[in-house]
Design a protein around this ligand. Structure first.
Ligand code: ZN
Length: 184
C-alpha cells in the first residue's frame, strides 16, 4: 500500500482535446480537473491508475487525462534572442566544448562578417571557447558546433515530441520534465 504522500507526489500527463500530450501536472491538479469535469480519463495503455481515498470517496486517477474543452492553447511567440533565452535553449552548456561555466553568447558567423543576431546564429559559448574562436567562423577556427542552432520550439510541441520518444523509458521522461519544464 502506497502512502498518501507517495500518491500525491505522482504526476499525470495531460492531453489536449485533440489528443496531443501537452504537459505533466501533479495529481492534485489532475483531481481538480477530473472532479470539475474539465478533463476525463484517457485510456492510452494498459496501465492502472492511482487510487486516492478520502473518507467518502475513492477516486481512481489515471496516468493520462484529456481536457474536455479547448482554449488551453495560449498564444506563444518565439522568444527574443537574449542571454537568458539562448542559455536556456542550449541547456546552459557551451556549444563548442560542453562546459557549463563562465558562459557567454557567441555569434557563429561573427557580426564583423555579416552574421546576424538571430536564433540560428547565436549560441552559448564559454569564455575560453569564445576568445579562442575570436573573429572566425567555426570552420576557420576548426571548432565544430555540437548542435545546429535554431529557434526554440513551442513548449507544447517540445513536450509532445519528447513524450512519444521516451514512452518506453519513464525515467528519461521524468528527467526531461524536471530539467525543461520545472527547472531553471
Ligand atoms: Zn567552451
Amino acid at each position: 500500500m502506497t502512502s498518501v504522500t507517495d500518491v500525491l507526489r505522482q504526476s499525470v500527463v495531460v492531453f489536449s482535446k485533440n489528443y496531443l500530450p501537452i504537459t505533466r501536472i501533479n495529481i492534485r491538479r489532475a483531481i481538480v480537473l477530473l472532479v470539475t469535469g474539465k478533463a476525463e480519463p484517457l485510456d492510452l495503455a494498459t496501465e492502472v491508475g492511482v487510487q486516492v481515498r478520502s473518507p467518502n470517496v475513492v477516486l481512481l486517477v489515471p496516468p493520462h487525462i484529456r481536457l474536455t474543452c479547448n482554449g488551453n492553447e495560449r498564444l506563444w511567440k518565439v522568444p527574443p534572442v537574449n542571454r537568458r533565452e539562448v542559455l536556456r535553449r542550449d541547456h546552459h552548456t557551451c556549444q563548442y566544448c560542453g562546459s557549463t561555466k563562465h558562459l557567454t553568447l557567441d555569434h557563429v558567423i561573427p557580426r564583423s562578417k555579416g552574421g546576424k543576431h538571430s536564433w540560428d546564429n547565436v549560441v552559448t559559448a564559454c569564455e575560453r571557447c569564445n576568445s579562442k574562436k575570436g573573429d572566425r567562423t567555426p570552420q576557420e577556427a576548426n571548432m565544430p558546433l555540437r548542435n545546429q542552432p535554431k529557434a526554440p520550439m513551442h513548449p507544447t510541441i517540445a513536450f509532445a515530441e519528447n513524450f512519444w520518444r521516451t514512452q518506453n523509458d519513464p525515467q528519461q521522461e521524468e528527467n526531461y520534465a524536471e530539467t525543461h519544464l520545472y527547472g531553471k
